[in-house]
Design a protein around this ligand. Structure first.
Ligand SMILES: Cc1ncc(COP(=O)(O)O)c(C=O)c1O
Length: 409
């Protein structure tokens, strides 16, 4: 008897997003995604840390949650309590930290307990594309607030909150990436942080602070986290090991009080984050994290310098960008009339991938001129060559950069 063919198209939920494209290979000139510098992954030290940790605690793998319960491996949370106190000014206990599968899962959990279809959220008008797509999928009403060199604008936040209030709308949160903003790579000053906290507090709206790039400022200095300025659930804070150690580890964390954490644990149905990764990092980080990140910052600083030079060489003053304060991406504006979504499509066959600005902005029309290029993974050579190819394609499609044609001088 032959099995009937099942027509899944008739079975899928009607509210699913479109199917993902079939995974292809890793493009040769990949300027998208949070990939890290391969040479900086501390392979030998991770092997040593994993070996020690498994020898000592391996038998606890027999339990879901090891011997630590649902919040994650306790020694890793203990490391974070110390680190967050020292670097971010956050005072919290191990019970106020949940280890997540990257900060993406942190975003999902916070959205999961707060956002129902139709709810309003405030985000920076230039922000992490992954945050926008998640909110769109949840059918949230997304309101963008302008940013400047100092991050989210306090005056515009107030105007927005007043306008929403006049319509009887109270947003669920203000999402911000204050330290190495994605995509603008600015760092919000302590004064601006205080203003944002004061305004959000006045309207009774929590701040959702995404701090995943906070260790990657070039000089290693960072202002106190917004969570650290209040040390309570006026700010929910998420962070990650993806940008400092490696994204494939899938380890991040949420800092929140029990009022919030208890609701997150109630919807957490994944059986826990990968135990070997947690055990390895808990062993590695107390003795190696700082030195490792110091080295990584230097490599990233060098790579972005190479990228900025290559862009200047190829595009001259037809591309505008600010020297970033840290991080793994460069955000730039191209001349009027250019459409970076079309540039993305034209570049893909040449193996050059990029983030069109419209996917990183709430104003998708203004976003057409904007472009994000990530520089952590490609080598310096690949950065130079890739920017060269991008310039060729951009010239072919849009006449940008202008080139003096031979014989037409
Ligand atoms: C602002 C921001 N938040 C969260 C994430 C998610 O990272 P991960 O889940 O790897 O920690 C990213 C990744 O690029 C990001 O840029």
């Amino acid at each position: 008897m032959s099995a009937a063919v099942i027509d899944y198209d008739k079975l899928f939920r009607s509210d699913l997003p479109p199917a993902a494209a079939k995974p292809g290979g890793f493009p040769p000139f990949n300027f998208v995604g949070g990939h890290n510098d391969p040479g900086s992954v501390p392979v030998e030290d991770l092997i040593a840390a994993a070996t020690r940790a498994i020898r000592r605690d391996g038998r606890s793998l027999a339990k879901y949650g090891l011997d630590s319960g649902p919040l994650g491996y306790k020694p890793l949370r203990e490391f974070l309590v110390d680190k967050l106190k020292r670097d971010a000014g956050i005072t919290c206990t191990v019970d106020e930290i949940l280890i997540t599968q990257g900060s993406l899962q942190g975003l999902d959990f916070v959205n999961g307990i707060l956002i129902a279809p139709g709810d309003t959220v405030i985000i920076e008008e230039m922000t992490y594309g992954g945050a926008i797509t998640r909110l769109q999928r949840m059918k949230a009403n997304i309101v963008g607030v302008p940013v400047d060199h100092d991050g989210l604008r306090a005056d515009k936040l107030r105007e927005t909150l007043l306008s929403l209030k006049s319509q009887g709308i109270k947003p669920k949160y203000v999402y911000t990436i204050p330290t190495v903003q994605n995509p603008t790579a600015t760092v919000m000053s302590p004064a601006r942080r205080q203003q944002i906290l004061d305004i959000a507090g006045e309207f009774g709206v929590p701040v959702f602070e995404d701090d995943c790039y906070a260790d990657l400022t070039w000089d290693g200095q960072r202002p106190i986290a917004m969570r650290g300025m209040v040390n309570d659930d006026r700010v929910i804070h998420i962070g990650s090991f993806s940008k400092t150690i490696a994204p494939a580890l899938r380890l991040g964390f949420i800092v929140a009080g029990w009022n919030v954490m208890g609701r997150i644990l109630a919807i957490k149905s994944d059986g826990g984050s990968g135990a070997l990764e947690q055990m390895t990092l808990a062993e590695y980080c107390p003795t190696h994290f700082d030195e490792h990140v110091q080295g990584l910052r230097k490599v990233l600083r060098r790579k972005v310098t190479v990228m900025m030079e290559a862009l200047r060489d190829q595009f001259g003053d037809e591309v505008e960008f600010q020297d970033p304060a840290g991080g793994i991406f460069l955000w730039m504006r191209l001349p009027e009339g250019l459409d970076t979504k079309r540039l993305e499509q034209a570049s893909a066959p040449a193996g050059v991938t990029l983030n069109p600005g419209a996917e990183w902005m709430t104003d998708t029309v203004a976003g057409k001129r904007w472009l994000r290029l990530c520089f952590a993974h490609p080598s310096e050579e690949v950065i130079r060559e890739g920017v060269g190819r991008l310039a060729e394609i951009c010239h072919r499609e849009f006449g940008v950069p202008r080139r003096e044609e031979k014989g037409h001088r």
